[in-house]
Structure formats: structure tokens, C-alpha cells
Design a protein around this ligand. Structure first.
Ligand SMILES: [Zn+2]
Length: 423
């Protein structure tokens, strides 16, 4: 397959005028200027015309199974109050309701140009079925908690590993997700990290998301401390920050994706930088909770790999009357509404190459370059080359088309791909 486009965003280099991508067997063979790529490529060309072709987004933190809760939970007064209302809202859902919610979220991502997602899986029973029904590259990171179940951490982990080892993997991968330091026994953090290391799996966890979590670990006080004191030992509180707690229990490594990291303390940034772990910022979720400022400049200055994620629609505000949908360009809009200090090119990298690096697939996802998977999206564009990166982030709604593994998996209603012609 040979695609020609007015503008090509490889993300590895700047935007290219009159660009082309040559794809064979689901992989990109060449990407660059049309005359150069057209000369070496075989077969007919599809001229997409006045469009931008960009790499599929890499969403580094999502909860697909909560999609049906879009706009259902009003922004809360307290973070622990939100967790309680979330648990109540999904308490009577059947497996098939979770599955439909998951699939709806996966479809929203494909329609809006995401091709890879790191997804937290809380309902393993439906996992094989839903994964088989989406073209997305899903890394299914199985959630582990231990507060309510009071089970032995080794047994909890063993049960999770048995589920994941049995799961058929056609595309994407699996990994583990100890939920958060306040909800996961310390022993389970270390055991999960060790198991992920042995299997070369990514691992993710929510760390230092809310002020309440920070107060619980640092000062042994606050609503979360009071709530959880009846359910778990609080001996691990009062010893330092949530991040220091996770570091002490062996969780930090280059294969760890830390969701949020909104509240860092003392030498947390240094610890993070030394560990090689990635941080995933979820701009709309951050705005929903009105968390303290995300320490983006400090993380970037320390060389930490920062990615972007959507989080779930249970923590996304309604836009007017419209129920929110999962979309990385909506995350860009929220992200860019703050003074980030990043250029458009740098911002695009957070949602592409950085996410790929965090998942251990640098060079394969999040860029249009030789050897990368043929995962891309097409949006209409006839503006100047210099404004193409901003226009890509500003794109609203569905993309025209999404290609995953070299196959067109989404085409907007009414959009017909041009017919291939000889070149
Ligand atoms: Zn999350």
C-alpha cells in the first residue's frame, strides 16, 4: 500500500509537504517526500489529497470499561468521595455491561485516531472476548487491589498471572496494574513488579494523584486516611511520600508507567529520574478533580519520559451538554489550555513516541518511520505546513480514517478512500 498526502507528520522529524508512506505486511517500509518514496515503492498509490496523515495516538492510561459512566459522576468535593461513588455506580453491572462499555470506549479511540492503548483491566472475565472484537493494540494491564479482599498477596498475584498467561494475544500485550499505594498491600507492589520484570511486561499504577493520598502517606491525616484506617494497616503512613513508599517496596523500574504523579515531594523527582519510570499525565481528569499543578517542567527538566492518557470518562467533565468521549485530541485541548512551555512538536511526542517508549515498543508505535507498525490516522487539512502540528492537535471529533496494522479499521461516514492509481 502506498499513501500520498498533502502533509505527513512522521513525528520523528518535522511536517513534510507532499508526503508519502509505503506499507507492506503491516509495517512501514518508507515515509518521507512523495518523489523519494514513490520512486522506491511498488504498487498503485492512494492519493489522500488535502489531508494530514499522522501516527496513531498512543494513549498511555485508560479504563475502557468505565466508558458508559461518561458524564455520570459530577466533579466531587473529595477524591475518596469520588472513589466511593464510582464503586457504587458500577456495583450492579453485569459482565456484559462492562464488556459493552469497554467496546464502546475502544471504538471511540479508533474513531478519534488512537491506535495503541495501555488499559487498566478490572474485569478479567470478559477480557478474551472484548480483546478479540477490537482492532486496537491494547496492552491489558490487570488491576490488582488488596484492601477489600484481604487475600494473601502471593495468591492474588498468582491468580492474575494465570489469567494473563492464558489470554490469547493477537495484537498488543498484557501487564499488571497494582491499583495505587493506598489500595494495594506493600508486599503486592514488590511481588507484582518482580513478576512483570521476569515476563518483560509493562506495569502501571496510580501514584500521588490526589492531595488526600499525599496527606495520608506524608502526614497520617485527611479524609482518605480516616476512610481507609478501618480497612488496612496504616503502619506504612508517616514515612514519606506515596512515591517514596512505592520506591521502598521495589515498584519503580523502566517498565513502570506512573499515572498522575501530581504531588511530588522532596527528592521524588530524583528518585523518579533514576528509576527510568515513565509518568502519564491525564489532562482532562486532572482538570475534573482540580488537582494541584502537574509538575511538568520539573519532570521534563529531569529527563523523565512524560506521556499522555485519557484516564476514564468517569473523571471527565461534560462539554456543555455533550457527553464526553475518549479522544486524545480532547486531551491535547485541555493540556494546551495551560501554559506548558512545550512546542507543538514536543507536545505531539508525548502522545506518540513517549507512550511507545513507556510500553517498551519505541520505534514500533507512535511514529511514521521505516520499521514502525502501519498505524496511522487521516484528518482533513489544506492549511500551511508550518501550522500542521497545531492543526493536528486542534482537530475536533472523529478522524477521516484510521489504519491499524496496515488495514483500514475506521472510515468516517460519507468519507470514501480515493481509488488506487498506478504511479
Ligand atoms: Zn486511572
Amino acid at each position: 500500500m502506498l499513501l500520498r498526502a498533502r502533509t505527513l507528520l512522521s513525528v520523528r522529524a518535522g511536517p513534510i509537504d507532499d508526503g508519502a508512506v509505503w506499507i507492506e505486511d503491516g509495517c512501514i517500509q518508507a515515509a518521507g517526500h512523495w518523489p523519494d518514496v514513490g520512486r522506491i515503492a511498488h504498487g498503485p498509490a492512494v492519493d489522500l489529497g488535502e489531508v494530514i496523515v499522522h501516527p496513531g495516538w498512543v494513549n498511555a492510561h485508560c479504563h475502557l470499561d468505565l466508558t458508559e459512566l461518561a458524564g455520570q459522576l459530577a466533579p466531587p468535593k473529595s477524591f475518596s468521595g469520588w472513589i466511593k461513588s464510582l464503586l457504587t455506580a458500577k456495583s450492579d453491572w453485569s459482565f456484559s455491561e462492562f464488556a459493552l462499555s469497554w467496546l464502546k470506549g475502544a471504538e471511540q479511540l479508533v474513531r478519534s485516531g488512537t491506535t495503541t492503548v495501555a488499559n487498566i483491566e478490572s474485569v478479567p472475565e470478559m477480557l478474551a472476548d472484548v480483546r478479540a472484537c477490537t482492532p486496537l493494540r491494547v496492552w491489558s494491564l490487570l488491576e490488582l487491589t488488596g484492601v477489600r479482599r484481604q487475600r494473601d498477596p502471593a495468591q492474588l498475584l498468582q491468580a492474575a498471572l494465570e489469567i494473563l498467561d492464558r489470554l490469547p494475544i493477537r495484537r498488543g500485550g498484557v501487564g499488571l496494574s497494582p491499583h495505587a499505594p493506598y489500595s494495594t498491600p506493600p508486599a503486592l507492589l514488590g511481588l507484582a513488579a518482580e513478576a512483570a520484570r521476569q515476563r518483560h511486561w509493562p506495569i502501571t499504577t496510580h501514584i500521588a494523584e490526589s492531595t488526600e493520598e499525599f496527606e495520608m502517606f506524608v502526614r497520617r491525616t485527611g479524609p482518605m486516611y480516616d476512610w481507609l484506617a478501618a480497612q488496612r494497616s496504616m503502619d506504612d503512613c508517616g514515612l514519606g511520600s506515596p512515591l517514596a513508599h512505592c520506591s521502598r517496596h521495589g515498584l519503580l523500574s523502566p517498565s513502570l508507567l506512573i499515572a498522575h504523579a501530581n504531588l511530588l515531594w522532596r527528592n521524588d523527582v530524583e528518585i523518579l529520574a533514576r528509576s527510568g519510570a515513565s509518568v502519564v499525565h491525564c489532562p482532562q481528569s486532572h482538570d475534573y478533580f482540580r488537582h494541584p499543578r502537574f509538575p511538568l517542567p520539573e519532570l521534563i527538566a529531569a529527563g523523565i519520559n512524560v506521556c499522555l492518557g485519557t484516564d476514564s470518562l468517569a473523571s471527565t467533565r461534560k462539554l456543555g451538554r455533550r457527553r464526553p468521549t475518549l479522544s486524545m485530541t480532547d486531551e491535547f485541548r485541555s493540556f494546551n489550555s495551560h501554559n506548558t512551555g512545550l512546542s507543538p512538536a514536543e507536545t505531539l511526542t508525548l502522545a506518540t513516541r513517549n507512550g511507545a517508549r513507556a510500553l517498551g515498543v519505541a520505534g514500533s508505535a507512535g511514529e511514521l518511520s521505516p520499521g514502525a507498525w502501519a498505524d496511522l490516522a487521516v484528518i482533513p487539512y489544506s492549511g500551511p505546513l508550518a501550522a500542521a502540528e497545531e492543526a493536528t492537535m486542534d482537530h475536533h471529533g472523529d478522524v477521516l480514517a484510521t489504519l491499524i496494522d496496515g488495514r483500514w479499521e475506521w472510515q468516517a461516514p460519507g468519507y470514501d478512500l480515493p481509488r488506487p492509481i498506478g504511479h
